[in-house]
Design a protein around this ligand. Sequence first.
Ligand code: IVH
Length: 708
Amino acid sequence: MTENLDLFSAEPHDSKAPAAIKNGVPESVMAKAAALRTKLNQWAHEYYVQDAPTVPDGEYDRVYQQLEALEGAYPALVTPDSPTQRVIGAVLDGLTPVRHAVPMLSIQTETDNEATGAIAFDQRVRKELGLDESAAAIEYVAEPKFDGLAMNLRYENGVLVQATTRGDGEVGEDVTHNIRTIRQIPLTLSAAAAVPPVVEVRGEVHMMRADLEKLNERQLAVSGKTFANPRNAAAGSVRQLDSKIAAQRPLSFFAYGLGEVTPVDQGGPDFGSHYGMLQTLKSWGFPVAPQVCVATGASELVAFHERIGAERANLPYEIDGVVYKVNSLALQRQLGFKSREPRWAVAHKYPAQEMPTLMEAIDVQVGRTGKLTPVARLAPVQVGGVVVTNATLSNLFDIRKKGVRVGDTVIVRRAGDVIPEVVGKVPGERSAYVPNFRMPKTCPICGSEVVREKGEANHRCTGGLFCAAQRKEAILHFAHRRAMDIEGLGGKLVDQLVDGHVVRVLPDLYKLGLTSLAALDRMAEKSAQNVLAALEKSKSTTLQRFLFGLGIRNVGESTARDLAKYFGKLDAIMDASVEELLQVKDVGPVVADSIHTFFAQPHNREVVEQLRACGVHWEEGEPAEKAPQILAGLTVVLTGTLPTLGRDTAKDMLEAAGAKVSGSVSKKTSYVVAGAEAGSKLTKAEELGVPVLDEAGMLALLSGERPA
Ligand code: IVH
């Protein structure tokens, strides 16, 4: 960027000629400000509308600040369409009613979910136009039907002068102060195509799904109140009196039509088609939805309806249907209006994705990993085209957050193929007191204790192997190659064994016989024999594999190995206290607690005993020799590179001897061990008078010496 950074020596001009001044502003400064504005508008359009920025944010900010500085020095420079004027913080007493120059009409709606909606519309249009079967197919424009708030944007000589809501279609409300804060809406029309003296652009103010989610997170933290959908969020933001609030709301815009426009004979634009008009709106700087396209004949409308229907759940913004419009403006004029609706357009809705219904109960389901999920039982309701009777409520915190209780009328949402969920409560008082939902203390499937780990939102059943809900998962994990390594015991087979009640608990695996196995689907005698052989082979294993195979939460392979090494014997692990478990390398409070809770369940101990009784065995070792804790109570800090020992090895050695290894030096530090290129920690140690050792000194410390 080779730009003149000296703001006030804007244009090079002959220093002897007197500077031209207008309204107290040198013309060169005016030109400079205009150039900065054009640049900023261009960049903002690339960023907010085209989603394709061409300069880094910092560059935008730098130029913005230049413009701000110029306008600060010459207030007369400020124009209402300057990028600096988006957030001027206007606060109104109330919204002013405004009569629309051209009424904002509504659209006839086809609600049926089938192709017939599009076909019926095409037939009506053809009939109105007096076309017979042999006439060519009609060209339409197919658009998404955005779920937001309709807006009329009035531009005079290319400058935004007024933004109004639809209101009753005749009279809306002036919300210009808020609309100016929407970065996607140009304050000045870029003159790529000639701009008429008057043009009203119509479209939908809405909110992207991701933006709404983020906004709701903030809302929840600040006021505890969230917006149920983008339409409410858009309406709630646009109708604020204080534009600072709207400025903080991530609003978006899609243009889809026109209001008043200077007539052609007075210099207005001569659009031939709706699609062509949309392209002009785009060139003026408005966002037009990328899905908008020309569709010829009913069949292409049907295809559009289907395609957008399939994409609907994954679109970054909400839609509630599609809109078909006759493309030719001449044909539109010919078709005209029927009462308050144009005959040339129709909205074809999709089934609602959100519906209210009564929540009759909350049950708890146990998943295959032991997670407890509260499930809302609902009075049957049509949502997204199917009857919904159950919806998930994720976890206890989700229920608290949404504030729903049994007996409430709740909003149920089902989008695409996702599991229906309860979104929230329909506002209104409860007629009677209903206690808040609580998670059960014991598993509804197996009766084992239910726990929730610190910092976790989910409750879990501790039944593990014993819990029917977790059985399949537990068996597959037990058979895993890195656990008991039972070849041939895969998902399909486990499904059959569990569903057919052949295997209830792990030990049942070792009671399988050839006849019962070979009788299963897709099991020949040969494969049954192979599974039996694999089972037999698995009986001779290692303590590490066996422990890992039990599927104790938070006990992976390496923890299983450390436990086996440390304790040597299974009984020692089963009987270990949390404190003892914490002695094992890398076992922290969460893992120690998982292990302790697992073996505290009588069912789990029973499973282990039965497996042993079936002949599962491993070699037991002696507990690891515990190094004498000669450094117990000392805190050591390592810094720099030691000549022979790696940092990790040094840390392990110190910790094995009972020292605490810390990352920062304080008065409480016993020793600092410093190697080459030791930095601030060494300096700090010297300042505080903490003894400093080299590697040799550390080894001496480990051998029992206490250097001063
Ligand atoms: S055209 C005369 N196109 O649907 C036709 N409207 O009743 C004027 N809407 O609240 C509207 N997406 O805000 C049109 N692509 C689209 C639309 C759309 C959403 C809304 C509009 C109004 C209602 C029309």
